[in-house]
Design a protein around this ligand. Structure first.
Ligand SMILES: Nc1ncnc2c1ncn2[C@@H]1O[C@H](COP(=O)(O)OP(=O)(O)OP(=O)(O)O)[C@@H](O)[C@H]1O
Length: 247
């Protein structure tokens, strides 16, 4: 398997707060990998390090086998909050990363528009974020993330702020999208069902200072559905992951 991203022996301490003790993990090309861990253990810190926004105290980040520690602009990063600009239309919001890369308005729109249907936003191009539902805003934020770069995407609890029903619909929708867009994705979530539904592999982190407690391969057949939750293989794996999380 081709490793598109490799994180090797990452350590980070904020003043007195020892946050990441020793994190090594990898992401293969076109793989969907989830990171589960206790609240405050350092998951978002790890993403900031992978995105190059924050420098680790030790260890390195390799992308396509090249050193990328402390280098921004190579991976896209989506936060839990949609961070859409309320005074800009949805089309202009999703095109922001393209404007930053010096695309003209016409070039940016031509690149973004074909995705509007897949993202369930067709017909809403001229709307403002405040006029859309929470799920639609998250889909717009995800599209903006993808337009920044789609080969490696870091998604930090993208559905964390949504109600349970919208969240389930978004998970099901994202599974379909992943088959279309051929990205490699690292996802942070607190939701074990979400991890099992979407992932090829799962890493479980320990409490702070975080280490990798375990790695699980999710061999459940695809396409997965919300009602896969009742299958014996699913229930058994969920029990193993939960036991590891609350260990
Ligand atoms: N820039 C910073 N300066 C000082 N401390 C920080 C900084 N960023 C994060 N921390 C601390 O590091 C710890 C890990 O934070 P982080 O947000 O990475 O955890 P997390 O696992 O993503 O948490 P959650 O699951 O609650 O979102 C927290 O105690 C946080 O307060």
């Amino acid at each position: 398997m081709d490793r598109i991203l490799e994180v090797s022996h990452i350590q980070k301490t904020f003043t007195e707060l020892h946050t990441l003790e020793d994190i090594s993990l990898h992401l293969n090309r076109k793989e969907f990998v989830t990171i589960l861990g206790p609240s405050g253990c350092g998951k978002s810190t790890l993403f900031s390090i992978i995105a190059g926004i924050l420098r680790p105290d030790g260890g390195e980040v390799l992308i396509d086998h090249q050193p990328y520690t402390g280098v921004t602009g190579r991976v896209s990063f989506m936060h839990q909050k949609d961070l859409l600009l309320p005074w800009k239309s949805i089309l202009d919001n999703v095109c922001l990363p393209l404007f930053l890369k010096d695309y003209s308005r016409r070039q940016a729109y031509a690149k973004a528009m074909p995705y509007f249907s897949l993202f369930g936003l067709e017909g809403f191009e001229k709307y403002y974020p405040g006029q859309l539902s929470g799920g639609m805003r998250q889909r717009a934020a995800l599209l903006r993330t993808l337009l920044f770069t789609k080969d490696i995407m870091l998604l930090d609890e993208p559905f964390g702020g949504l109600d349970a029903l919208t969240r389930q619909k978004m998970q099901q929708w994202l599974m379909g999208v992943m088959e279309e867009i051929e990205s490699s994705v690292l996802l942070i979530t607190h939701d074990v069902d979400e991890a099992l539904l979407l992932s090829d592999r799962i890493y479980v982190l320990t409490n702070r200072p975080a280490r990798i407690r375990a790695e699980f391969r999710v061999d459940l057949k695809r396409p997965r559905k919300i009602n896969s939750f009742t299958e014996p293989a699913y229930i058994q794996l969920k029990e193993e992951v939960l036991a590891c999380l609350i260990h």
